[in-house]
Design a binder for this molecule. Sequence first.
Ligand code: ZN
Ligand code: ZN
Ligand code: ZN
Length: 171
Amino acid sequence: MARTRAHNPRPFKREKHDHRRCVTTALDRAAKVCAAKGARLTAIRRQVLELVWQSHRPAGAYDILAALGRKRDYVAPPTVYRALEFLRAQGLVHRIESLNAFVGCERPGEPHCGQFLICRACGRAAEMADGRIEAAVRRGLAEAGFALERPTVEALGLCPDCQPPAEAGNA
Ligand SMILES: [Zn+2]
Ligand SMILES: [Zn+2]
Ligand SMILES: [Zn+2]
């Protein structure tokens, strides 16, 4: 069901922020979410999650495989795919369909349906969960006779840091 919830009106972090904090917070939340569900956050799953969170740019399975290869002994691709599938099933990462890549979820453990804002200049993605957008998508597509299964929105544009100064701010 669509559910109106408070959302972050400025979902993009500044280009310069303490990203180590993002990673620590994400790993802490992941441990809590998995503990609450009785799911096992094994070493490899945790490591893949950490690699997804390496930046706010969505990471493809191959990027993660390559990064893992630099860090430890050979990991077979299916191991990485299974770890990603586990993380997605637990709501710890989202798959950005249009990029065939994954981003870490900012609010795991809370039911939500995201809108993903993808910056075409810096490649970062930010997640919003604005109930108004979701409701509008559901309503509009129902009127179009479409049997909607997932009202996720993936929008392409420029983040605040990448907009020319004149455009930033008059949102
Ligand atoms: Zn960050
Ligand atoms: Zn999310
Ligand atoms: Zn940007």
